[in-house]
Design a protein. Structure first.
Length: 956
């Protein structure tokens, strides 16, 4: 073996660490060289001389471990290891050692994750106030939603108020990137403010060294939504949420017996809102996470509804002993909630003989009147949250919440910042810090270096031997304020709070009325929620004019007016554009427009103003793909959005005219999986839409149903495939979860699905799921938590399987709730070999009876029966439960009549309608789709009154 000299190399560099004052610091460095290197540890670039160093030398490897016991702030700095031998020298990367003075969860740090929760105020502004401590610092703020980073500099004991983007507000439950990440090269504090002058919330943000893996949260009874936001500090973070009672997310129910599991990446969040109290929710994680929770809007006992939010500390930092003090300026006292972090927790208050016995996640609630205090103890760590009750008048206050610090969490050297921007924009006009300190130390408390004088303290007796505490609110003004003590080891608790009262306020719309499609004769209900000070008058408008004759229910609570418009037995005269208007002495505001569209029956029709569909994988490369849009009795302006290309194009269609909109072949769905190849058409007047994919040899088309006739549950039919069976499911809403139950073993993504194992798909708005497989998909059942659009068919099929030629088949399906039970079956004119029918059961235990047959068919849900009717014959079919009936025309080789196969959904008698508008575009002639028919089925006594283009039909 030949040995040679080798330059030193670092194999393992020391890692940066945040560590608690008085603990033991350990850094490790591993390297190699030949000959063996000497290892020197450096701090701030200078060699260390006094430390414990353990070296392990193996062959040419030197493993060096630096240990410093009982660390102090003098040990904070930049550490490196240096390897030297006769060949040369190498120095490791820098490891930053940051010292924190206690194990209490406090707001001082260098890395912060947070976000903004939903509020009731559409004009709410998100602010962050960042305060530098004893050193000037550079900070980096990353908006993970917009993927932008901005650098700022803050001088020591100064603060910076940042106005963040309004799109950071989390409003929809689900995984989210609407999070903020702040880093600093020196210690800072971060506080969040969110709202406007009429409704606001504020909360301190904990730094990442005080995040954890297990949390319990509290909030108040919501008027609007309890909400939680969890943010991951690491990749591949798995979070489990145990809700205190049955809680629905994405169509599934979770509870104490079934956890919701979410996987997050670094800086990613999971936001959840629901209109229920989530107090006692337990959150577990395999990595450290940040957790914020509260209410979108809650009324604390009485008065206004306000947002309340806090950033929570993990269970490992909770304490057992608490001084409870009501807050100066809060004239009606406070409500407290105590939440158990462990089973069999006993909670005791010193002013009552009662003891609360709580299981994990259980909570007790009690109230303290103004200017009173109490001592509370839990025999296991517990969470204590304080809710300030609303009071009115010029010295009143809006409601808010605080997390009460445990005595074990008291700290020292408090820096408080009151931003002038916040005072002005959010109306925090009276600001305090509630200080709680052992009575014997209260006279040494200092404000900005001077001993505080003239404070009125309230004493609180505890069960801790010789420990009496005193509590007092200290007013603070705008700018940065420092609390210290003459004795630097004295610890004290603090709660910073600002009081706001609503001023005269311009009316604001909180909830706008929503557009609605409604059936003739039903009851129309529109709702509008707003706020103002003084209280606003609400007027409803139709087509810009005030309504005078309607039922209006108003609920007035403090400065909020909830108005509900009700019109019974609506007619086509009630169709139009509706708005609500709020007026007070300050001004006026009008809501967004809600379009009310009246339909004359609760039956499936192809007439509407909004449509979702997509194009299937065609069998012929020369296929023309198009949508034929027809206007009815009014000219229409339509917008066609191609979601794959992210384009929107407007067209005008004259009354009783049509246009043909062509799509490129790249708009076709060809690959199984989540798809963006969807089309969304909207119109300002009623239209019909037909989808067409055809060439001179092959073709298929289908009427596209409008959104008011979409649903959450479907059964579909295809035909026996020589090519792929296909289906396309399209979502129009956020957080759409679809479950697919296949009739037989079906492979997707390397997994097998069947009746015993559903395939679950999550979709975003305008997103589709395309599925193609070489098998018959008849009887596939589709479930969804939101209304969806469903198309299905065959890429190419022989009908029957033994007769060519092959043609594409497709239809747009109606949901199960619109299926009927009674059907007239009529074979197609001009054919000689008969037609094929498939009947699919939408419900279990369905009995199907065909008038022309002697036997009944008994079907389970998703099962089907198939039969033929001879050409020129008709029959009556009935199902004792709603069922799907599909008719297949046979291919040309079945009767040599020169007609290709196609499919159509047979309408049930219950779905018959009137005033039918049919369009035959010129493209049909070009593509050899000729002649064209409409098969009419009508009660015999009415047949002689049927008219075509205004004239009674003759000679039929």
């Amino acid at each position: 073996m030949n040995l040679y000299n080798e330059y030193p190399r670092i194999i393992q560099h020391p890692k940066s660490v945040n560590i608690i004052y008085g603990k033991t610091l350990t850094l490790q460095c591993n390297g190699t060289s030949s000959p063996i290197a000497n290892v020197t540890w450096l701090k701030d670039g200078n060699p260390l001389t006094s430390y414990d160093d353990m070296k392990l030398i193996l062959n040419f490897y030197v493993y060096s471990r630096l240990t410093i016991s009982n660390i102090t702030t003098q040990d904070e700095g930049l550490y490196q290891c240096r390897y030297d031998n006769i060949i040369g020298s190498i120095t490791s990367e820098v490891a930053t050692v940051t010292i924190y003075d206690s194990e209490t969860a406090q707001s001082i740090g260098r890395e912060f994750h947070f976000g903004y929760l939903d509020t009731i105020r559409s004009a709410a502004i998100p602010f962050a106030v960042i305060t530098a401590l004893s050193k000037s610092t550079g900070i980096n703020i990353t908006n993970n939603h917009d993927k932008t980073s901005t650098l700022y500099n803050i001088s020591l004991y100064n603060s910076l108020t940042i106005t963040l983007a309004s799109n950071l507000e989390n409003t929809a439950s689900g995984v989210t990137w609407k999070t903020v990440y702040i880093t600093s090269d020196e210690d800072i504090t971060v506080a969040c403010y969110h709202g406007d002058t009429a409704a606001q919330t504020a909360y301190s943000i904990l730094p990442s060294q005080f995040y954890g893996k297990e949390y319990i949260v509290a909030m108040y009874r919501p008027l609007f939504y309890g909400q939680i936001l969890m943010i991951s500090n690491d990749n591949d973070t798995q979070v489990e949420i145990t809700f205190p009672h049955n809680t629905v997310y994405n169509g599934q129910t979770y509870s104490q017996n079934r956890n919701l599991t979410i996987t997050l990446q670094r800086n990613q969040g999971f936001y959840f809102q629901i209109n229920q109290d989530l107090t006692g929710t337990i959150i577990y994680s395999n990595n450290n996470i940040a957790v914020l929770a509260g209410n979108k809007c809650s009324r604390i006992k009485t008065g206004n509804c306000e947002p309340v939010v806090q950033h929570y500390m993990p269970i490992k930092f909770l304490g057992k002993n608490y001084i409870l003090s009501t807050l100066t300026g809060v004239k009606d006292g406070s409500i407290f909630r105590v939440v158990a972090a462990y089973n069999n927790t006993n909670v005791r208050l010193n002013f009552t003989i009662a003891t609360y016995e709580l299981l994990r996640g259980g909570f007790a609630e009690f109230e303290l009147s103004a200017d009173t205090d109490a001592f509370l103890t839990c025999d296991y760590p517990c969470l204590v949250v304080q809710f300030a009750i609303q009071s009115f008048g010029s010295t009143g206050n809006d409601p808010f919440m605080n997390i009460v610090p445990a005595i074990e969490q008291y700290s020292r050297n408090l820096v408080v910042s009151v931003s002038p921007t916040i005072v002005t924009n959010l109306n925090f006009d009276r600001n305090y810090v509630l200080i709680t300190i052992q009575d014997k130390y209260k006279d040494g408390l200092m404000l900005n270096g001077a001993v505080i004088k003239g404070v009125v303290w309230r004493q609180v007796t505890t069960d801790i031997v010789n420990n009496t505490y005193s509590t007092a609110p200290i007013p603070v003004s705008t700018g940065t304020t420092r609390f210290t003590h003459k004795d630097s080891i004295v610890m004290y608790g603090s709660i910073q709070y600002g009081l706001s009262t609503d001023r005269n306020d311009h009316p604001r719309i909180i909830q706008h009325p929503k557009s609605v499609n409604i059936i003739y004769g039903k009851t129309l209900t529109l709702q509008c929620n707003g706020s103002s000070s003084p209280i606003a008058k609400v007027t409803w408008l139709k087509d810009g004019n005030p309504l005078t004759n309607y039922d209006d229910m108003k609920l007035i609570e403090s400065f909020y007016v909830y108005s509900r418009l009700t019109i019974s037995n609506i007619t086509t005269q009630d169709e139009g554009l509706y708005q609500c208007r709020y007026d007070n002495i300050i001004g006026s505001i009008t809501s967004e427009v809600a379009t009310v569209t009246i339909y004359d029956y609760k039956i499936i029709r192809s007439i509407g103003r909004e449509f979702y569909f997509g194009l299937f994988n065609s069998y012929n490369s020369a296929t023309t793909a198009a949508a034929i849009v027809t206007a009815l009795d009014k000219s229409a302006t339509i917008t066609v959005r191609n979601n794959y290309f992210n384009t929107a194009t407007q067209y005008n269609v004259a009354s009783y005219d049509s246009i043909t909109i062509k799509f490129t072949e790249t708009s076709e769905n060809r690959v199984t999986g989540i798809a963006s190849r969807t089309i969304h058409i909207t119109s300002d007047e009623d239209i019909t839409v037909t989808s067409l994919q055809a060439s001179s040899l092959l073709g298929s088309s289908s009427h596209i149903l409008p959104v008011q006739f979409y649903g959450k549950e479907y059964v579909i039919a295809t035909y026996t495939s020589i090519s792929s069976g296909q289906m396309l499911i399209i979502s129009k809403d956020v957080n759409t979860q679809v479950e697919i139950s296949f009739p037989s073993n079906t492979n997707y993504g390397g997994q097998t699905y069947s009746r015993n194992r559903n395939l679950t798909i999550n979709l975003l708005p305008n997103q589709g799921f395309f599925f193609g497989i070489r098998q018959d998909l008849t009887g596939t059942i589709i479930y969804s938590n939101k209304d969806i659009s469903v198309l299905a068919g065959n890429r190419c099929a022989n009908v029957p399987i033994s007769k060519t030629t092959c043609e594409p088949l497709q239809e747009h399906y109606m949901p199960s709730k619109y299926l009927g039970q009674n059907y007239i079956l009529s074979t197609f004119t001009g054919r000689a070999a008969g037609d094929i029918y498939r009947i699919v059961a939408a419900y279990d235990n369905t009995t199907v009876r065909l008038q022309s047959a002697s036997s009944n068919y008994n079907l389970s849900r998703g099962e089907f029966t198939q039969f033929e009717l001879a050409s020129g014959t008709d029959s009556f079919l009935t199902c004792d439960k709603p069922c799907l009936v599909v008719q297949f025309a046979k291919g040309t080789n079945a009767d040599l009549k020169g007609a290709d196969p196609f499919m159509t959904i047979v309408p049930a008698i219950e779905q018959y309608s009137n005033n039918l508008v049919i369009t035959v575009p010129s493209l049909f002639t070009i593509l050899n789709i000729n002649p064209n028919y409409v098969l009419i089925t009508i009660q015999d006594k009415y047949k002689d009154g049927l008219m075509l283009n205004g004239k009674v039909l003759q000679g039929i």
